[in-house]
Write a protein that binds this ligand. Structure first.
Ligand code: G1P
Length: 297
């Protein structure tokens, strides 16, 4: 029988030190791209792919995330009283139904693989998705929905993938390609953050995964890998060694690395320019800046 993907894990336990001092009190995932928290983009993408259960792997200091998904009755009543129906609808669209969302604490920062493993009892024996909210993907058809379609065909493990420059391979999980079929690539290996000059290809893993329960079993070993952390990449590759398929999926869309400041700013500009209410004003400003920079040169 073909399995459906209805659960997604969102690892959000990281300290977000690259965004200090903001992340001293605000979880990185609550920081806003235009006017929506980073995590809302991930949730919307998951919903569009048919996800029904949302599992957040959190840590100390992430309480604001739980509050964000909660109902805000006072705020709703106030908006209703003032007749601000548009804002009320926006607010309501962020509410999560009872039982739809679960929070699991990762008590120690032992790596992405360990974070995913923390959700093992909530996943049990079915395929599941993992979304890293730092990787924001703008796409006509949301990236995870594209991957769910590919999974329905293949029923194998699928990781989102894109080509990166040589100098960047050391920052990603990198695929060792068995057969390149265009949008889908079968693999014969996967290396987490290979040392410079040793990457098996330029095809990097981006933070969207559809995985089989075998990967969770492999994570049971709690084996440390690159950087001394328990790596998701290693567990996926171990499932492949056991005879499962692992595919790379070249998605349609533009990915922003919102784990970096430059990526976050680029995403902010791109998402703002895509909005009818902001485009003209922002575009005029950017044009003015470019003109005066050019004139000064
Ligand atoms: C994680 C994964 C890595 C992947 C990357 C994508 O690394 O471990 O395999 O390529 O996300 O963003 P991180 O960026 O958390 O170090």
């Amino acid at each position: 029988m073909r399995s459906k993907v209805t659960k997604a894990i969102f690892p959000v336990a990281g300290l977000g030190t690259r965004f200090l001092p903001a992340t001293k009190s605000v979880p990185k995932e609550i920081m806003t791209l235009v006017d929506r928290p980073l995590v809302q983009y991930a949730i919307d993408e998951a919903r569009a792919a048919g996800i029904k259960e949302f599992i957040f792997i959190t840590s100390r200091g992430k309480g604001a995330l739980e509050d964000y998904f909660d109902y805000a009755p006072q705020l709703e009543a106030e908006l209703r009283r003032k007749g601000k129906d548009d804002l009320l609808e926006i607010l309501k669209s962020t509410n999560m139904d009872s039982g739809e969302v679960a929070y699991m604490r990762q008590h120690k920062p032992l790596g992405l693989g360990h974070a995913v493993w923390c959700a093992r009892r909530l996943i049990s024996n079915e395929p599941f998705a993992v979304i890293l909210p730092d990787d924001v993907i703008a796409a006509e058809k949301p990236c995870l929905a594209q991957m769910v379609e590919a999974f329905e065909e293949t029923q194998g493990n699928i990781v989102a993938a894109m080509e990166v420059p040589d100098a960047m391979t050391k920052s990603y999980g990198i695929l060792d390609i068995k057969e390149d079929m265009g949008s889908i690539v079968s693999t014969k290996g996967m290396v987490e953050k290979p040392a410079a000059g040793t990457a098996p290809s330029n095809l990097a893993v981006i933070g969207r995964y559809i995985l089989t329960p075998t990967v969770l079993q492999k994570l049971n070993r709690k084996q440390a890998g690159a950087g001394g952390e328990i790596q998701l990449t290693d567990a996926i590759d171990a499932a492949r060694e056991d005879g499962e398929e692992v595919y790379g999926f070249r998605f349609q869309g533009q990915r922003f690395d919102c784990g970096s400041k430059a990526g976050f700013l680029q995403a902010t500009v791109a998402f703002a320019l895509a909005r009818d209410d902001l485009r003209d004003e922002l575009w005029n400003y950017i044009s003015d800046v470019v003109h005066s920079e050019k004139a000064a040169q």
